[in-house]
Design a protein. Sequence first.
Length: 839
Amino acid sequence: MEGVDTCTANGAALQDTFLSHQAVQCGFCIPGMLCAATAALDRDDVHSMDDARDSIAGVLCRCTGYQKQVAAIHDVAQGRVACRTDMPATGVAVGTAVTRLDGLAKVQGTDSFGADGIPIDALMIKAIRSPFHRARFAIGDLKPFVARHPGVERVILAEDVPGLNVHGVAQAYADQPVLAQHSARFLGEAVALIVGSAETIDHDDFGDFPIQWESQAPLLTIDDALSADAPLLHDARPDNILIHGRVVSGDVDAGLSMAAAVVEGHFQTSFVEHAYIEPEAGWARMDGDVIEVYSPTQAPHPHREELARILGCSEHRIRVIPSAVGGGFGGKLDLTVQPLVALATWILGKTVGMIFTREESISTSTKRHPATIDSRIAATADGTICAIDFHGDFNTGAYASWGTAVANRVPVHASGPYKVDHYRALTRAVHTNITPAGAFRGFGVPQAVVAQEQMIDELANRLGIDRLEFRLRNVLRAGDALVTGQVLPDSVGIEACLLALKPRWEAATAEACAANQSAAAKRLRRGVGIAAMIYGCGNTASTNPSTIRMGINRAGDVILHQGAVDAGQGSNTVIPQIAADAFCIPLQELKCVDAATHVTPSCGRTSASRQTFVTGKAALLAGQQLRAKVLNTLGQEPSANVTLTFGNGLIASEGSKLDLSQLPANEFGYVMMAEATFDPPATPLDKDGQGSPYAVYAFGAQLAEVEVDTHTGTTRVLRVTAAHDVGRMVNPSLLEGQVEGAVAQGIGLALMEKFVPGVTLGFRDYPIPTSLDMPRVDTILVEEPASIGPYGAKGIGEPALVPTAAAILNAVSHAIGKRMYDVPATPEVILRALDAPPS
Ligand code: FES
């Protein structure tokens, strides 16, 4: 066992209890958590929940929100050591809080992340990167440089790329070079790779690399990029606009004319870093004429396609093998380290690895788009929303990445979970010379919700209607049409979510009101906020299939090939739960093959809250089809309600037995196999954004309680209550974990986090919430089954984050009577707002 000291009884007890509490997601922080907590327990320092929280205050976790870890540590301190949950019986895996199936390696510290597998003798890479936001450059004679560094085997430049020196998640918009040539478009862009021995790469000073830079005036803001004399980042994109998004229905002017109240606001949100604790790392090696690329990726098959284009070879010559992923949240969807190690290995024929420094990771990886939003919302006197007029500009940085997805998704979602007859939402993704912005848990929707839900509060206040009641009056219900014209047949749980929050809303509002009467209230103001959301699961208005393979081998093993990368969210557990129930086998008897392009069919990307819904549905279909084949072979009806047992080369069913050893095996070694694909039905949007962009939508609402210190401007989040309609709970405790982790990220988005290229270079400059920043989080899971989902289930990964920041900002406004237009609402922003005259 590496990394974790389990020599003490407390250490071993913590490992078990972390597992039983589902205190583990990606697992990257867990060895550090366990060491810190074990030391505190061994010192007898933990006597309360606060002590437990203190014990891990120095260990960052970006996934969990710390709730379950703190509870686990406290339990061990109290002598309550828990073991993992029992495995569920046949047919009831779905709905059971099964301990995550891949958790043991994570608490034992033996899981293999991107850097862990790099062979000791691998060559390593140092990237030469642009020190300027925008610059031209010329590389000089490399021979003297290489001669001065005997451990350097090769310097790789753009012209060495054998295929296309370009990548991008949307192929039609692919524009990011693997290595920039002649000019760099953002600070930190790679322009050359030095490949050499690990010792050389670690210790040599490459300050003598022969390169001449000519710095140019950068375009850093949307205003810079859209100014009349702005240079173009990409010749093919006039006005530096990557793409426009648009959803229009009804007549906004007519809607506004009906209004008793109209509110409007101009909002600015910040550039937000994913801050996954594991920096990018990976390696590649040749296996004959096949290259194997190992890395923490959220998108193995799409990465294989992109690498084939870069290397100029067939996809069959590439295996993408995901390592454990130490947090992703959308940031490991794009290629980062993969083309660099693949290129060096392909050219040199040798094993090559690379580990990004923290500064390299933060400076060059994609982020949440900074947004500038103008919003206007109108309602009639009875509190019915009669018009929404929204415009959002998203700073997409130097390259396209997921800018197209953000610009297209936001207009569909800027209505919130409300019925709106007159609607106009226009967006633009604008190129600048900042780090490319990409996918980060919500594809721009959390930024839109920050604006829209604050405007909803303003409108309710203006009309003198309780803010939760105002939302209830306008929510969508089954049978209603969205602003895209799509009619939702079922699984519209927003009303249920708001009603679930109502008791806490009333109590919290009364408590805040009482607290604000106290003597301390002149300085410390309490506030309560709420925000609601809708979120389409899956890619927007496009195909996004997943394929699951299940087979039975001659030994009688039932094997599930599931290619949905588990970046901590739980697909390595949830997909087997669904498959086991569909096939009617005890979960523990199912053997699982995890994602890798040569052993699992494509399950697309782990993004867009699609894996439980899309891959889960494929698993349901594959399980049902395989069972039907088995029953057919046994001469039974496909729907026969019989118990099947497997093993020792046999399938047995109530008196009949099938000897598998005599059956022919297929190319995968299976005597019986099913492969099922599910592609959720969605239609392209027309020029006004009308159509059915998603097959299913998640709904939710969150309630935040805060205390604002009006002297310092600091905000403490006291409690968050989150209600989410998940369709059907597949694994309740994993769902809770997603919500708790999202709340932590939402606190960062609302109050703390602001990435500045070239300035915020690590966690010292870019603080994220620690265990001490976390409030109590209560999760209420609502089940409004989606008829199209597996057992009714839909996604939670992004929906859990979408309303958090808006709920907190509404609570801050409730506390101090000032609207938060600049986000994050740092102490400076709050103090500035307090100083501003009443609006
Ligand atoms: Fe803590 Fe992922 S579980 S960083």
